[in-house]
Design a protein around this ligand. Structure first.
Ligand SMILES: Cc1cc2nc3c(=O)[nH]c(=O)nc-3n(C[C@H](O)[C@H](O)[C@H](O)COP(=O)(O)OP(=O)(O)OC[C@H]3O[C@@H](n4cnc5c(N)ncnc54)[C@H](O)[C@@H]3O)c2cc1C
Length: 266
């Protein structure tokens, strides 16, 4: 039964469970566990409940407007950058492609109109006139959606009886399209750390703190370079350098992921 967690339950300074409500039935429940993991996204209830401190706060943020369109090539991605403007076409299911256009949050706030459609089309044309022409005046399937942007963070993600993964723990601007990879990576790192450690209270706490250190080591370079790209304060030559740096920042992560293949989880 899907449920919404409302609060954490603690005992003696240590988190030992959650209270929540079942969706639909509306029944309240309490569940106990040796470890409560907040994998509950950007507005994490668990992170707020344990008051997980921010280790880093980002200042750059980009806005994205996106929709799904038919009739575009379904065999390739298209990614476009122009000063102050980005866009992409991502083929998806049902013959549709996700078409997105981005700019700095401040610029989006200035140009946003009541209807998203003209804003989307002018943002798209600024980044890639070819794609703007190829969708012409076609309507999206479903509605256009806007993400106005939000500064990133890295939070403390390990404490007595609790841990955080995914956006709850570490969020960066979506311009580098890497949040899903990092959320899955960190879920795997945490699961392995916990399963590999002896089942004593201290060993488990050490294990989740090790997870947090590995998470920081792998994430900080990605966080830094995402900040620079999401600032939109670059020309195309600088952007090329930033994208090379992004590739470099991914290498330690790729090495860590390859090690997962060599060491099956306990
Ligand atoms: C506009 C935009 C575009 C993006 N594009 C990309 C991309 O191209 N590639 C990429 O890799 N990443 C992208 N990302 C980032 C990516 O979406 C996130 O990094 C990723 O979804 C994080 O996963 P998560 O599981 O931590 O959080 P989420 O995907 O947010 O999942 C959290 C889950 O927890 C549930 N939840 C929340 N609160 C509670 C509660 N109190 N009780 C119970 N359940 C709860 C939510 O309902 C949700 O199901 C994009 C993000 C945005 C905003």
């Amino acid at each position: 039964m899907p449920a919404r967690v409302l609060r954490v339950v603690s005992h003696g300074g240590r988190v030992c469970g959650v209270e929540g409500i079942e969706r639909g039935a509306g029944t309240r429940f309490r569940a106990t566990a040796p470890l409560v993991i907040g994998a509950d996204g950007r507005n994490s209830t668990i992170a707020q409940a344990v008051d997980a401190p921010y280790r880093r706060r980002g200042s750059a943020s980009g806005a994205i407007v996106y929709g799904y369109f038919a009739g575009l090539p379904d065999d390739r991605y298209h990614w476009a950058y122009r000063p102050g403007a980005t866009a992409g076409v991502v083929p998806t299911n049902d013959g549709l492609a996700c078409v997105w256009a981005g700019t700095a949050s401040t610029s989006f706030a200035e140009q946003r109109s009541v209807s998203l459609d003209p804003t989307f089309r002018s943002m798209l044309a600024a980044a890639t006139p070819e794609v703007a022409r190829s969708i012409g005046s076609a309507s999206p399937v479903g509605t256009l959606r806007a993400y106005p942007g939000q500064g990133g963070w890295i939070r403390a993600s390990a404490g007595p009886g609790w841990a955080l993964v995914g956006d709850a723990a570490y969020f960066k601007d979506p311009i580098t399209a890497h949040g899903i990879t990092d959320a899955l990576r960190d879920a795997e790192l945490l699961a392995r750390a916990v399963l590999d450690a002896p089942r004593t209270w201290h060993a488990q706490l050490d294990a989740i703190r090790d997870y947090e250190r590995t998470r920081d080591r792998l994430s900080e370079p990605l966080f830094e370079i995402t900040e620079r790209i999401a600032s939109y304060r670059w020309d195309l030559a600088e952007l090329r350098g930033h994208l090379r740096e992004l590739s470099k920042a991914m290498r330690p992560e790729v090495d860590a992921l390859l090690q997962f293949d060599e060491m099956p989880a306990a």
